[in-house]
Design a protein around this ligand. Structure first.
Ligand code: MF3
Ligand code: CO
Length: 264
């Protein structure tokens, strides 16, 4: 069932996403070669608790942490641990917060130090695809319009769309209906309505779209070992069109001040 939100509820989802945006900025300040992914996770947990929220991912279907940190050929759901970030890594950080009962969800991919031109291109096109998808998130359009826009955009550059995992409704719960695939057909799928709040999250691979899940039950990796990028915004569908509720503003500020990281 698709949950339609009131303006007051959208305000609460916006507030949750604002706090999440600030957290992403804090994480971006600390992301550099030598840091362990578990250290970033700890920082995120403390930041969220200090600001009166709760991590959305922690204990969700048994997920063990606050963040998903997915490096290189890990597409999504990388579990923080003893892995030490190194120069040349493509690092995607995904997080969600429950604040005053409402969930936020967003993700961002970083280049740590220098990455290859192909990796940079993958990141750039994945982020652009996110905004192509968002453009389609308006009343009267359908879910397939979002997926089509994303898939059509990235495949032009030879990249592939992961099919097993999708975006989703978000707000009262972390994952609500409808699923928002990053592929689709124009004019197909559920109709989009004002008051829907959804997370759009292209997961794009450099090589084949094929993935597998590791024995830990979470870590999603490409079968061919090639890298993947992931960007995600929470958005509201309004009468006037899409409204982006999450923000990368604090990430860009941090990137400008952190010489160790960059993003297209
Ligand atoms: N942003 C991802 C998603 O929406 C993160 C979920 S991780 C989980 O699916 F641990 F919460 F499952
Ligand atoms: Co999500």
């Amino acid at each position: 069932m698709i949950l339609i939100k009131s303006d007051d509820e959208i305000e609460l989802i916006r507030n949750s996403n604002l706090l999440l945006g600030k957290l992403h900025g804090e994480l971006a300040k600390h992301l550099k070669p030598g840091i362990k992914t578990i250290e970033l996770d700890k920082l995120a947990y403390e930041f969220i608790m200090d600001h009166g929220g709760k991590p959305s991912f922690l204990n969700y279907r048994g997920y063990p942490n606050t963040l998903c940190i997915s490096v290189n050929d890990v597409v999504i759901h990388g579990i923080p641990g003893d892995y030490v970030i190194k120069e040349g890594d493509l690092v995607s950080i995904d997080c969600g917060i429950i604040l005053e009962g409402y969930h936020s969800d967003s993700a961002f991919s970083y280049a740590v130090g220098e990455v290859s031109p192909q990796v940079w291109e993958l990141m750039k096109r994945t982020k652009e695809a996110l905004y192509k998808g968002i453009e389609q998130a308006k009343p009267g359009n359908r879910v397939g319009d979002i997926g089509y826009a994303i898939e059509h955009y990235v495949t032009q550059f030879g990249f592939s769309v992961v099919r097993e995992m999708t975006g989703h409704g978000v707000g009262r719960y972390l994952h609500e209906d409808p699923a928002i695939p990053n592929y689709g057909r124009r004019g197909q799928g559920k109709r989009l309505k004002a008051g829907m709040t959804i997370a759009i999250e292209p997961m794009i691979t450099m090589g084949s779209h094929k993935i597998y899940i590791e024995k830990d039950g979470w870590t999603v990796r490409t079968v061919d070992g090639k890298p993947a990028a992931h960007y995600e915004h929470s958005i509201a569908i309004t009468k006037k069109g899409p409204e982006i509720l999450s923000t990368f503003k604090y990430i860009y500020q941090a990137i400008n001040e952190n010489p160790n990281i960059s993003s297209p």
